[in-house]
Design a protein around this ligand. Structure first.
Ligand code: SF4
Ligand code: SF4
Length: 417
């Protein structure tokens, strides 16, 4: 049995200086006030295992799964603690120890992590069968609430393998993502159109494997490595100026491939760009449509603001849209409770965070909330539905694509391939 915490670079475990500055930013510590439910306590447990002072117990595993992995502690930390790395190793330790093993849990992990999310064709087929929500009224009461949270599958994005604008400034690859591709394919279409409008030739390999973030964040580093290798092979990074992602959770993980695979993935890690980051880097072409007269607030996905430290660029995009009024959201960087599959594994805490987020959104008076991660998107839509609040959740790139289209030009039709 391997021990990911004992095998990892020990200097990462030594970074914490126990100052506690992360504690007020940690949603689980905020909820319970207990040291063990905060970053400092969790890191102390990880280090105790790495030092051989304790072995992973069931309580340790449960604590690591109570952590959201939101990385708010990383942003707050003056010592530069690499909590993302620690978190992945700690969850892998919990899995390797077998202390959380139970037949149903093991079967679900095998089915989802190694069965479904390693096979893009099968995943797409399963996605097209996301009819569960429509069956909700027929289900027993206990299953009904869960079924109502299941997203509906979206229609195909109709993205061609290569799409070329009238004048090519850059060649970029586009990652379609698993959940994004199945549930929100329109966001991928919007992303491609925005890239075309900004002079980027868009290369989109069909049947891209999962990026592996779900696996890395759930203790299956081996599968995460395998998927990372396969995804790099699906693209040809040497021929591209950048590889674009529009999903915060994927982007945050995609940038760690060099840590996961070593120097062979250095070029990949360097070229992966979140779409907002890329547009800011190349200089966004502002839309020239009539004023949209829309009040919008912006929820910061954890893996965009904490995981990638991208906070300014999405706001710049929103402010570039004529007539759009951007109202700041109180606690914009506080997790909404989605956190991968956290709303399934920890429904109580996830619901508490969702309620807090929805109250803040309502306080802004905005009828549109922009969010750049499919998990947040689903969590916010579900929150609004439960409250009966008429709220649109939209990716910033969707709002930008609408503004470009309002100029009268359909950028995908302008593509030549
Ligand atoms: S990742 Fe989030 S929940 Fe976990 S310790 Fe850090 S701040 Fe707390
Ligand atoms: S802020 Fe950083 S150094 Fe201070 S206790 Fe938290 S993780 Fe440790």
């Amino acid at each position: 049995m391997s021990s990911p915490l004992r095998e990892m670079d020990y200097s990462v475990l030594q970074q914490c200086i126990h100052c506690g500055m992360c504690l007020p930013t940690c949603p689980t510590f905020d909820a319970t006030g207990k040291e063990k439910n905060g970053p400092r306590g969790r890191i102390a447990l990880m280090r105790a295992i790495a030092d051989g002072r304790m072995d992973a117990t069931r309580a340790f595993g449960e604590e690591m799964y109570f952590c959201l992995g939101c990385l708010a502690c990383e942003t707050a930390c003056p010592a530069g603690v690499d909590y993302a790395h620690l978190f992945e190793a700690a969850r892998a330790e919990a899995e390797e120890s077998g202390k959380l093993a139970a037949p149903a849990r093991s079967a679900l992990r095998a089915f989802f992590l190694r069965g479904l999310f390693t096979r893009p064709r099968l995943l797409r087929l399963a996605g097209s069968m996301l009819w569960l929500r429509r069956m909700a009224p027929l289900l027993p009461k206990r299953l009904r609430a869960l079924a109502l949270q299941a997203p509906a599958a979206g229609k195909s994005a109709g993205i061609r393998r290569v799409e070329t604008p009238a004048r090519v400034r850059f060649r970029v690859g586009m990652l379609t993502g698993c959940v994004q591709d199945i549930v929100f394919p329109d966001i991928n279409r919007d992303t491609a159109d925005v890239l075309l409008a900004n002079g980027c030739e868009v290369h989109t390999p069909s049947l891209q494997p999962c990026c592996g973030s779900l696996h890395a964040h759930n203790g299956d580093i081996r599968t995460a490595r395998e998927l990372a290798r396969r995804l790099i092979e699906a693209f040809d990074p040497g021929k591209l100026d950048a590889i674009i992602t529009n999903a915060a959770g994927c982007g945050s993980h995609l940038k760690t491939y060099e840590r996961l695979l070593g120097p062979s993935a250095a070029e990949w890690s360097r070229k992966v760009k979140d779409v907002h980051e890329w547009l800011a880097e190349i200089g966004l072409r502002p839309p020239r449509c009539a004023p949209v007269k829309q009040k919008v607030t912006y929820h910061e996905a954890c893996h965009l603001c904490h995981g990638q430290r991208i906070t300014r660029q999405p706001r710049e995009i929103l402010r570039a849209i004529p007539g759009l009024e951007l109202v700041e959201l109180p606690e914009a960087t506080w997790c909404c409770g989605s956190a991968g599959v956290y709303n399934i594994t920890q429904p109580g805490m996830a619901a508490r965070l969702q309620k807090r987020k929805m109250e803040h959104i309502l306080s802004t008076g905005a009828r549109v909330v922009a969010a750049a991660n499919p998990g947040c998107h689903i969590q916010l839509e579900n929150g609004a539905r439960e409250l009966g609040y008429d709220l649109e959740v939209a990716h910033p790139v969707t709002l930008l694509a609408r503004a470009y289209r309002a100029e009268g030009l359909n950028f995908s039709e302008a593509a030549t391939n």
